[in-house]
Design a protein around this ligand. Structure first.
Ligand code: KG4
Ligand code: ZN
Length: 412
């Protein structure tokens, strides 16, 4: 790292408001997390089964000041101690992003500190990089050994593969794969919803899948791919089931498609007369969640085991195994094609237990390093924004007063 702009403190305040979490964090030197405060709107949006943009903006407005204050208090510092303020520029919901950006700009101006704009996706990648700085515990060697690094960012809004490389402290990314329709987390959420489970669906599916047989239902990604082709442009109609054949290494060769499997689950539910059971489960869980909004899948299963019969648990386990299998095929095929030595997996879906276990096993088999963020750093937070902001700060990449929200911001 260049260290040109390095100061004694190296304190960055990170601010994140791209979706349904208002978050602020203080990070020293790009990796030492002094405070990481997240105000989640999950229970608010759970009533609607998905994020409602207008409500999200309103909640961010309500939460931004107390969340930043809480982070500063927890870190035990004042604004004058900061070296810079890093804020998420995009991608995300326009109104939600705007709250964080407007606040960060005003604060930076008010306290006379530089402002750094961070891509949310780069933040997810740095959630892993910052945690493994100075640590070898996660099975990934030094950055030099891993280069180039392949990052799978897999969340509710994104499923992307990036080749990431650092040169003298500056990170560069190349987008080598992306979803052509739903993100993997979105598929988890939609399938959970159609099975009458709680929101967000990922953690519910994760907890219930261990009780089912992952081989019970076969989901054929190749078939789903054909169905999903309708309406796609010619350029999108490239291979996306991950079978590394014919050596086509075009930019879209490592793409993903998750809308087909969601339809396949719906057909299965209807074809197997499961609809009534879904309705009964949904009604019972809505009632339970009303009484206890923080209710988790494991509690629901313990309290009302009759709501989760074997056929549903098998379907959940099979869906999860298929999605994880597809993520793995694409990622390892890309790692091989681009000669990546290390893999990082981040974003909300990286919290999934089966995904972690299978990525670790396969990486070990192939002699690759693999790393994940700690579970709390997998989902949206501001420590990852401050972490990614640090290398930009060191490189002198500051945002001007004209910084605006970029909802469709790309990386690489
Ligand atoms: O990164 P994140 O907090 O927000 C976005 O940027 O989208 O990711 C949220 C997504 C949701 O779709 C949620 O269901 C999924 O991550 N998720 C999981 C798990 N925990 C969260 N998916 C599968 N297994 C989990 N354990
Ligand atoms: Zn995210």
């Amino acid at each position: 790292m260049s260290g040109i702009h390095e100061s004694a403190g190296g304190l960055i305040l990170g601010i994140e408001s791209s979706c349904d979490e208002t978050a602020a964090a203080v990070v020293r030197g790009g990796s030492e997390v002094l405070a990481n405060v997240v105000a989640s709107q999950m229970t608010l949006h759970a009533n609607y089964g998905g994020v409602v943009p207008e409500l999200a903006s309103r909640e961010h407005l309500r939460n931004i000041v107390p969340v930043v204050r809480a982070a500063m208090a927890e870190a035990g510092i004042g604004f004058e101690d900061l070296d810079a303020i890093a804020v998420t520029e995009g991608p995300g919901l326009a109104g939600a992003l705007l709250v964080g950006i407007t606040y960060a700009k005003a604060l930076a101006l008010g306290v006379g500190k530089p402002l750094v704009a961070v891509n949310h996706l780069e933040g997810h990648i740095h959630a892993v990089l910052m945690e493994r700085t100075g640590s070898r515990e996660q099975g990934v060697g030094s950055r030099e050994q891993d280069a180039p690094l392949l990052a799978l960012v897999v969340s509710g809004g994104h499923t992307h593969l990036y080749l990431a490389e650092e040169t003298e402290g500056v990170w560069r990314y190349r987008n080598v794969g992306r979803t052509v329709d739903d993100a993997a987390g979105e598929a988890f959420d939609k399938v959970a919803k159609l099975l009458g489970l709680g929101y967000p669906g990922g953690p519910w599916m994760d907890a219930l899948a261990v009780h089912g047989n992952p081989k019970a239902v076969r989901f054929n990604f190749a078939e789903i791919k054909r169905r999903g082709e309708k309406g796609k442009s010619e350029s999108q109609r490239t291979r996306r089931d991950g079978e590394s054949t014919e050596g086509d290494e075009g930019a879209l060769s490592f793409d993903f498609s998750f809308s087909g499997i969601k339809t396949a689950v719906l057909r299965y539910v209807e074809g197997h007369g499961m609809r009534e059971r879904v309705t009964a489960r949904r009604a019972a869980l809505v009632e339970m969640l009303r009484e206890e909004p923080g209710l988790r899948a494991a509690d629901a299963l313990r309290l009302r085991p009759e709501l989760f019969e074997a056929e549903t648990l098998d379907l959940i386990a099979s869906f999860q195994a298929a999605v994880v299998g597809n993520l793995m095929r694409q990622t390892f095929a890309a790692a091989e094609a681009f000669g990546a030595r290390g893999i990082v997996v981040s974003g909300g879906v990286a919290a999934n237990a089966e995904l972690r276990r299978r990525f670790v096993e396969e990486s070990a088999r192939r002699g690759l390093g693999v790393a994940f963020p700690s579970v709390g750093m997998s989902t949206d937070n501001a420590a990852m924004i401050a972490g990614a902001g640090w290398s930009k700060f060191l490189a002198g990449e500051f945002a001007g007063e004209g910084l605006v929200a970029v909802p469709q911001l790309r990386l690489g």
